[in-house]
Design a protein around this ligand. Structure first.
Ligand code: 5GP
Length: 368
């Protein structure tokens, strides 16, 4: 486990609010309970339950949404999530979140994203790079990660500070209308100078219809935003086909695929974000030994290990690497290559990719 922790890692599928710390969720829920906004005893079991079905997971997300949707809390959770990923040596994080409106407190989708950005700016314990680089900033992006402290350096002085690139994806929730989805895409375009690089489609897979989001997703693509879709979380052959036909730059999960879908996926080489613990905990995959990671990995299909919701599923990216190491008999070298190959799947600009490649090359000998 120790080497999974110290290995540099790339996280491409992490939902902001699903990554809330257990301690923060309990604190916020208790506080709302004390103020009479919610009945704590009625929701405690949802928080404490270990294995949750897909339905129960989305009940938890609805609770998290009630608890977290104010500006200060969004800012706090963002800061904590960045600190948590950086502390386990994640060097590039693509964090996704659904911009939300809350008229009662004057929150708009735009002010929600501003609160996330405030969270990024408020991190002081690690160095965060989240603003895309212009041509003139070549020097900065050439050296950002190369100055990362050596593995095991624990002091908090400047030399030992951890460094992390963060880029944002805005999520369209499957409950949203075409207009609401379009609003999110327009907001993503507006927020590009602040590190928004793409769009994600997520939310309860039992709800919504592909054709509702399609106009917004097409518009996003025309405007040069990258797209990743939650695909195949439940058996829905028609929608899986439609999503693969759309040719997003990545998909998440890819669980309930039939032979025809595997064929299209493999021939189109769409990379898959794999979330082992999430799939097992939601019981969408029966057990780890039948997880499709194994066959995609052996087929050399592009895959990346991710956490999904490290708070909701009590995991870490290091833990996901450890699970893969044990379940699929992968050694340090193989997992390092998996992590390094994930650099090719990121949505950030060329300079970030180049810096990451150089950084992984510079530490490769440790993992051989
Ligand atoms: P947020 O977007 O509020 O920052 O993060 C939590 C939200 O992400 C959830 O309410 C849900 O819409 C989405 N989400 C988190 N995990 C999953 C997942 O495993 N599958 C799907 N389809 N959506 C998810």
């Amino acid at each position: 486990m120790e080497w999974c922790f110290s290995m540099p890692k790339v996280e491409l599928h992490a939902h902001l609010n699903g990554s809330i710390r257990d301690s923060t969720l309990l604190e916020l829920t208790k506080s709302l309970g004390e103020r009479g906004v919610i009945n704590f005893s009625q929701v405690e079991h949802i928080i404490m339950k270990y294995n949750r079905s897909v339905k129960e997971v989305f009940q938890l997300f609805d609770l998290i949404r009630i608890v977290t949707t104010d500006h200060a809390t969004v800012t706090r959770i963002t800061r904590e999530v960045i600190e948590d990923f950086a502390s386990e040596n994640v060097v590039y994080l693509e964090l996704r979140t659904t911009p939300k409106r809350n008229d009662a407190i004057g929150m708009t989708k735009s002010s929600y994203v501003e609160a996330v950005l405030k969270g990024l700016r408020s991190v002081t314990s690690v160095d965060v790079d989240f603003i895309p680089h212009g041509e003139e900033e070549e020097e900065h992006s050439r050296t950002f990660l190369l100055n990362t402290p050596p593995t095991g350096c624990e002091d908090t002085n400047n030399y030992c500070r951890k460094r992390i690139y963060v880029r944002l994806l805005l999520s369209i929730d499957r409950r949203e209308t075409t207009e609401a989805a379009m609003e999110t895409v327009k907001l993503a375009l507006q927020m590009r100078p602040f590190g928004v690089v793409g769009i994600d489609l997520s939310g309860n897979p039992l709800l919504g219809d592909w054709n509702t989001y399609l106009p917004a997703l097409k518009f996003a693509r025309e405007q040069g935003l990258y797209i990743t879709l939650h695909c195949g979380e439940i058996p829905n052959a028609k929608e899986i086909h439609q999503m693969l036909d759309f040719k997003p730059q990545r998909i998440g999960h890819a669980i309930c695929f039939e032979d025809q879908h595997w064929e299209i996926l493999k021939s189109s080489k769409i990379p898959v974000e794999i979330c082992l613990t999430s799939n097992i905990r939601t019981m969408t995959v029966r057990s780890i030994d039948v997880h499709h990671f194994d066959h995609l990995y052996k087929a050399k299909h592009p895959v990346v290990l991710c956490t999904d919701d490290f708070g909701a599923f009590s995991t870490t990216l290091s833990n996901e690497y450890n699970i893969a190491a044990n379940a699929f008999e992968l050694g340090k070298k193989e997992l390092f290559e998996l992590s390094r190959n994930a650099v090719e799947l990121i949505f950030a600009e060329r300079r970030v990719k180049e810096d990451l490649r150089k950084y992984f090359n510079s530490v490769a000998k440790i993992w051989e």
